[in-house]
Write a protein that binds this ligand. Sequence first.
Ligand SMILES: CC(C)=CCC[C@@H](C)[C@H]1CC[C@@]2(C)C3=C(CC[C@]12C)[C@@]1(C)CC[C@H](O)C(C)(C)[C@@H]1CC3
Length: 725
Amino acid sequence: MTTYYSETVGLERTDPSLWRLRTDSLGRELWAYLSPEEAALEPQSTYVQHLLQVPEFPAPKPLRARTPFAAAQNGADFLALLQEDSGVFPCQYKGPMFMTIGYVASHYFTKTEIPAHIKIELIRYIVNTAHPVDGGWGLHSVDKSTCFGTTMNYVILRLLGLPATHVVVRKARKTLHRLGGAIGNPHWGKAWLALLNLYSWEGVNPAPPEMWMLPYAVPIHPARWWVHTRAIYLPLGYLSLSRAQCALDDLLSAIRTEIYTQDYASIDFSRHRDTVCGVDLYYPHTTLLNTLNAGLVVYEKYLRPNWLLKRAHRRVFELIQKEVENTDGLTIAPVSHAFDLIVAYIEGGKDSPTYKMLYSRVNDTLFHGPQGMVVMGTNGVQVWDAAFAVQYLFMAGLAELPRYRGVVARAYTLLLHSQFDTECVPGSFRDARDGGWPFSTKTQGYTVSDCSAEALKAIIMVKNSPVFGDLPQIEDTRLHATVDVLLSLQNTGSFHFGSFSTYEKIKATPMLELINPAEVFGNIMVEYPYVECTDSCVLGLTYFREHYDYRAAEVDAAIANAIDYIVSLQEPDGSWYGCWGICFTYAGMFALEALETVGRTYQNDATVKKGCDFLVARQLIDGGWGESMKSCETHTYVSTRAALVVQTAWAVIGLLLAQYPDRTVIARGVKVLMERQKENGEWVFEEPEGVFNHSCAIEYASYKFLFPIKALGLWCARYGDGPIH
Ligand SMILES: CC(C)=CCC[C@@H](C)[C@H]1CC[C@@]2(C)C3=C(CC[C@]12C)[C@@]1(C)CC[C@H](O)C(C)(C)[C@@H]1CC3
């Protein structure tokens, strides 16, 4: 078993053999730590055995794959061991380093004890992801150390019980001081510190909740903002309005003396609302925002009438309660969940229904792993991975083989259980969702355009396969409902006509980005057009119309407009910028795949030709492709030195689907996939595969199986099986 840094600095660990991951038919993932007696009665799944490197894991011992099809099968056999009975392919959806602070700070604020086995593993994860040189933390796990990341994770370690003298804490404190101390935190960091009484609300920029009381018709109404940003600023508005802080105690008093480079009492926090450490600052304030903030500070201090303050509190809490109802207490993601939990605690205490519903979901985003436990970016990747697994096993010619029937059937069943069949509560500023699919689980409650389209395509593949006729069938009308949702999501107004965004249409001007107060993320204020989401929606709709003629004219128009949008978005050099996967390789694959569904190939289409030539020009000496997270931040292609499996698979898929003519180019990529595959059929983690908001890396653990299997299968479909020379 690997010895982790945390063990070398004397930190305890829990017993890997006592952890169990429990998933249910809705894809909920909950970790449990059993007693030895209980553990003896409930065997560990092969997924958990593999994840925690438990020796009992029944690693396959296949013959070394000599051909692409054999490699695809070995990969699929290994993937099957990573699927739970519920159909879920669980994964530690990790990368962002600013999620766990919510879990720990909300427990501390509400004086709720965190169980020891969770504490131990939360500490381990943070210690094991400390920057190897300076011991700090960044915005994400492969980032340089930043003030935000280092402060948040330093405070967590101290709140979870590590002493200020611990070597890890000392080293991180040194880096925090080198970064100018905690005074330089971005907005969300200042808010967390203020809630913990480690900072003053005087030094936090306003987040006026009164905006929620405006008529919806107002163009900058917060209900028109991106779902994640509005979900965070809703409770944050309440908390900054009430200046909520937990009582000062000895531990907090000590931390106050550790995280600043000057005496706490001497800090005039009101002068530091805009103080953000240079390395953190990805998205500086505009003059407009600074002017607005200055005006709001005066308004809050001298002008806001008390009756309005009370009304605003009421309005915000009412909307939080609706969010809780729409998501069964989960809320859209962990950052807002933690803020909402604190608001519910202030409003009604631990016995209030809203607090109880929120707290019942507090562990839904906690996920364990060999380095320790972390709060994930969402409550999982369930629908997204299941939809790809079903599709790609079909595309690789494996799905209908007896040995993979179970894998497909279980993933398909999860998809059936995950389709939305209710609408949100009235007055929650949410669109129709009946028929849509989420990224993670039905409980999370938020339709995502590309997840709905990819799930639709997966479902139709199974529905049309004779091999799966005995599975529960989904009515055609339920698929029509999906198309209704997809058609309702396309941007058909004046913003980026024909494109698809993530959760909703673009509802407000991208000019709102001028008042993006988060400083560490780009493009979070409103919905944006995304080439990947548009591509996926084309894939879903073109596959749908091959089998159904429901709303045929509108589907045709939606596809045509989307294709025009995709073509219009191509850069002069033939690339498309990817926002959710790293980066031009990811978006290039998706775009070429979408264009192929409408018959555009290398031979007959200039856009496709340029797209392929862009990728081929970046093939590495070793025959593969590799792209760095730096591409996302700089908006230019930044190659890695050596190939990465997932991006090589993406490039191979794009070139194959575009019918790129030079077989040898693609063969070199296929060879990399086969060489990187381990004896037992697995591909191992190399680099984070995903990104969001231009600046934060996030890992998609299933991609290293899903995309190579698809690439190898598509190669065989085009060139037949047989040794690659
Ligand atoms: C800046 C903020 C608010 C941070 C909180 C984290 C969220 C915003 C992230 C975490 C996971 C995340 C990247 C995700 C997405 C949006 C932003 C998320 C939810 C979406 C749904 C966007 C559409 C993408 O095609 C895809 C479906 C892959 C992802 C899934 C993960």
